[in-house]
Design a protein around this ligand. Structure first.
Ligand SMILES: C[S@@+](CC[C@H](N)C(=O)[O-])C[C@H]1O[C@@H](n2cnc3c(N)ncnc32)[C@H](O)[C@@H]1O
Length: 270
């Protein structure tokens, strides 16, 4: 693991523990049943019953285990050992068909935990690509673990609006990161998106910005066939101050704002 990944792992280890205690994820209500998946991915992924599903960057596993409740046999992968422990604890507490393994997604190809395994569905969602430096490696991992006839699904924040200021600018669209950049960006963040304070030792983290074509072309190069690419005017979190939520789970732009895409989804088959 390089220095950037190590810093990100420290940060996510702390966030996993903090998030597990926050109201943001509605964990208490979810324990009693139901799904943490949002309507877009629930509809676009479709029926998962009887399928083997691999969830990449699963955090502490609520979405992963929601798929288990829908009849899939699930494996969640994350490089935060705290998140993985919490995921395994949830699966055991709730008696759900799920296991969680601690791995760097970019190194997953050689994982001893997944030796010989192949999956019908590989899923990843919301806040994932910005943590990955190398989408060529990532897409090869996906292709390697997919069964022929299986599919990969991603929903994440949109590369176009990812580069707009969402920290200091509260009223206008203001691009601050070049759309085309290979650089790694350091952030020192005091508060998580859940509103919880992060301790000083875990504040530094490193992110990468990927273009839409980079995402799509890497999947194609790894041997996948794109079935759809969709763009959505909603986000899974309050990415910009000028957004509102009607249901407390998805966020849309205030009416006076120029409509720009906030998230995208791709389904790609092997
Ligand atoms: C924003 S969270 C994803 C949240 C997820 N959609 C959910 O709602 O639970 C990003 C996750 O990516 C994980 N992560 C970041 N870089 C990773 C890497 N290189 N390998 C594996 N997991 C990674 C973090 O530990 C974190 O759990």
């Amino acid at each position: 693991m390089n220095e950037y990944e190590q810093a990100n792992k420290n940060r996510w280890n702390e966030l996993a523990t903090l998030h597990f205690k926050s109201d943001f994820y509605h964990l208490k209500a979810w324990r009693n049943g139901g799904s943490s998946l949002l309507p877009i991915e629930t509809k676009e992924v479709g029926d998962v019953s009887g399928k083997k599903l691999l969830h990449l960057q699963c955090h502490f596993g609520m979405d992963t285990l929601s798929f288990a409740r829908m009849g899939a046999s699930v494996t969640g992968v994350d490089f935060s050992d705290e998140a993985i422990d919490l995921g395994n604890q949830l699966a055991s507490d709730l008696n759900l068909d799920g296991k969680f393994i601690c791995e760097n997604v970019l190194e997953l190809r050689d994982s001893p935990h997944l030796k010989g395994e192949k999956f019908d569905i590989i899923f990843t969602s919301y806040g994932v690509l910005c943590w990955l430096s190398d989408l060529s490696k990532w897409s090869k991992v996906i292709s390697h673990y997919l069964k022929p006839g299986g599919f990969f699904y991603i929903i994440d924040s949109h590369p176009f609006t990812n580069g707009f200021d969402n920290e200091n600018e509260t009223t206008h669209w203001k691009p601050i990161i070049p759309y085309f950049t290979d650089k790694v960006f350091r952030y020192d963040i005091e508060y998580s998106y859940t509103g919880q304070k992060i301790s000083q030792g875990a504040q530094a983290s490193y992110e990468w910005f990927h273009t839409t074509s980079e995402i799509i072309n890497n999947l194609i190069k790894a041997g996948l066939k794109i079935e759809f690419f969709n763009e959505h005017p909603v986000s899974s979190w309050r990415q910009f101050a000028f957004m509102h939520s009607k249901d407390g789970k998805t966020w849309e732009l205030n009416e006076d704002k120029v409509d720009l895409p906030l998230s995208f989804s791709i389904k790609a088959c092997k």
